[in-house]
Write a protein that binds this ligand. Structure first.
Ligand code: CAA
Length: 284
């Protein structure tokens, strides 16, 4: 099966990044969201990212224009009727995702693959909402999508081998490195990353060190590009909390309990960079 047309659902940070790399790799892309303003914002981000690359001399103006011409806006889910692959990057909420996949199952062509960019929700459960569980798979991109090489490819219980191969090849065509993972809470990326971030929040909570010191230890001592608290702000503290809760519930193990300080920040609306304040203040 050859993938030519892709619909990306969700024009936020992840969805617009996924749409950008797909369009840059020659796919026709429909960028879909609930409202025009969200889609316009996503397209604006893509335009800015590509323009920056042109300014730096890393991309030819005509290649930027060609990529932009392959991107079509959408607020009508029925547009999924003409694509070979849907990549869903909507909000991390199981009820919303299962409703969406059920709807897509009724609209997308029979051959189409339905992928989710979920960062921790079970692919098997999302797949069970459709009549094509063998064609449902996880494609977990990392933030910022245009920069990060990894795509974690998650096999649901029923995902067919040929579907896995098509998606693996597709990820390679995006100049990404696919890594095969089975469907367990948090997959590999967030099962390892989030407890580390949560532990960093505990060290702050318990007064072991200041936020700057914790970040410095991990940056200089472990060669991480960002300290864990800066990274948490970058990912979004609500997302970090949600993933910890998914791990705790999914494994039934309190070793994944979210730090009370993380909960407190989220309750305060301190969600990290996107809200202007998290562990650090971005309003100054
Ligand atoms: N969108 C597009 N491009 C971006 C970008 C963004 N948001 N942020 C940075 N870039 C690009 C820059 O334009 C620059 O490109 P060129 O090399 O072509 O000039 C390049 O990335 C490097 O950027 P900078 O020099 O400004 O900054 P840096 O060297 O500090 O790198 C970083 C920035 C890549 C974000 C780096 O800090 C990093 O790797 N951080 C860790 C990111 C990470 O861990 N991501 C995973 C998060 S977890 C996740 O996504 C999964 C989940 O489910 C929660």
């Amino acid at each position: 099966m050859k993938i030519e047309k892709v619909m990306v659902i969700g024009a936020g940070q992840m969805g617009s990044g996924i749409a950008q790399v797909c369009a840059m790799s020659g796919y026709d892309v429909i960028l879909h969201d609930l409202k025009d303003v969200y889609v316009e914002r996503g397209l604006g981000t893509i335009n800015r990212n590509l323009s920056r690359q042109v300014e730096k001399g890393k991309l030819a103006e005509q290649d930027k224009e060609a990529a932009l011409s392959r991107l079509k806006p959408s607020t009508q889910i029925e547009n999924a009727g003409e694509v070979d692959l849907v990549i869903e990057a909507a909000v991390e909420n199981m009820a919303i995702k299962t409703k969406l996949f059920k709807e897509l199952d009724g609209i997308a062509p029979a051959h189409a693959i339905l992928a989710s960019n979920t960062s921790s929700l079970p692919i098997t459960e999302i797949a069970a909402a459709t009549n094509r569980p063998e064609k449902v798979i996880g494609m977990h991109f990392m933030n910022p999508v245009p920069v990060m090489k990894l795509v974690e490819i998650i096999r649901g219980l029923a995902t067919a081998d040929d579907v896995y191969s098509v998606i693996e090849d597709m990820a390679k065509s995006l100049n990404k490195v696919p890594v095969e993972v089975n469907d367990f809470p948090g997959f590999v990326s967030n099962r390892v990353l989030m407890p580390m971030i949560n532990e960093a929040v505990y060290t702050l909570y318990e007064g072991v060190a200041s936020k700057e010191a914790i970040d410095e230890v991990m940056k200089l001592g472990m060669n991480h590009p960002m300290g864990p608290l800066t990274l948490a702000d970058f990912i979004g503290l609500d997302t970090c909390l949600y993933i910890m809760e998914t791990l705790q519930e999914g494994f039934g193990d309190d070793k994944y309990r979210p730090c009370p300080l993380l909960r407190k920040y989220v309750k305060a609306g301190w969600l990290g960079k996107k809200s202007g304040r998290g562990f650090y203040n971005y309003n100054q």
